[in-house]
Design a protein around this ligand. Sequence first.
Ligand SMILES: [Zn+2]
Length: 82
Amino acid sequence: MPIYVYQCGDCLGEWKENHLMSESIDECPWCSSKNIGRKPSNFSYNANKQEKKKKTGDLTKEFIENSKEDLKNQKKELDNSR
Ligand SMILES: [Zn+2]
């Protein structure tokens, strides 16, 4: 059974539903709004990836920089404990 990702246009909540293609969900489980959209989960994944591509790159760089700092600090701590 395919898994669908739904997003509510009102509360922007996202959730997954596992059902037949012929079936559909028409109410948001969070706020009971009918203003919801369905998207196949893999499609949603790709769309998000593309949208956030640049930001993710920046975040990755930042993460690497932070990791370097962490390593430095850890090394310092090791040196001090010796
Ligand atoms: Zn909602």
